[in-house]
Design a binder for this molecule. Structure first.
Ligand SMILES: C[S@@+](CC[C@H](N)C(=O)[O-])C[C@H]1O[C@@H](n2cnc3c(N)ncnc32)[C@H](O)[C@@H]1O
Length: 196
């Protein structure tokens, strides 16, 4: 049986993490939020209804959601990346290439990234995403379930990559999935990009 993604399997934890990040950045009412994986809007409704400004990308059309833009987030990001305080990357698979693009493209200033990471699941299945192979330097390792041993290293490497774009790490928080058997991890980062 194939894996069926669920949109919000650890909803409580996801909301807690976002509330922590919103507080760190000065409170939701002062912040602009860009959700790169907007989905049905469950997280929006729980966390961002009072945001100063909001936009969400979603592959599926969501005509009843006025702040949603439909399309591929990597393509949309380039045009819309500027002017947000918090980037929400609630991905089904890996959020790390999107996080890399945010850090690369965004202008200077303090901002946050909150991400859902299923990299562990991919590694357990014996695969590594192309971007993660590139960023970690583990590109030559063969596909194997043993790849999961490198999980923490891979995450350290993708975060370290952000320094290349002048993005400094201020603080962060990580949560495990409430279902202990689930490999999904949740991350929130307070970051600061230095000026050119
Ligand atoms: C985990 S769900 C997000 C759930 C959402 N945060 C919520 O609270 O309802 C991931 C969503 O990302 C969307 N998605 C996946 N790849 C995408 C892409 N390349 N561009 C835009 N949306 C994408 C999927 O259609 C799915 O709705």
């Amino acid at each position: 049986m194939g894996y069926k993604p669920t949109d919000n399997s650890d909803f409580e934890g996801k909301v807690q993490l976002r509330q922590w990040l919103l507080d760190q950045l000065g409170g939701v009412k002062k912040l602009g939020v860009l959700e790169c994986f907007g989905g049905e809007g469950h997280l929006h409704d729980a966390c961002y209804t009072q945001a100063k400004k909001h936009m969400a990308f979603e592959l599926r059309a969501m005509p009843h959601r006025p702040t949603w833009i439909s399309g591929d987030n990597q393509i949309l990001l380039e045009k819309h990346v500027q002017g947000w305080d918090l980037y929400d990357l609630d991905a089904y698979a890996s959020p790390w290439y999107m996080a890399h693009s945010v850090c690369r493209l965004r202008g200077p200033g303090r901002f946050g990234i909150v991400a859902t990471c299923c990299t562990n699941r991919t590694l357990r299945a014996g695969n590594m995403m192309g971007y993660e192979r590139f960023a970690s330097g583990y590109g030559k390792l063969p596909n194997s379930p043993l790849l999961v041993r490198f999980y923490d290293d891979i995450i350290r490497c993708v975060v370290n990559e952000w320094f290349r774009f002048g993005v400094q790490f201020e603080k962060g928080k990580r949560l495990r999935s409430a279902a202990r058997s689930s490999p999904t991890r949740y991350y929130a980062f307070v970051l600061n990009k230095q000026g050119a």
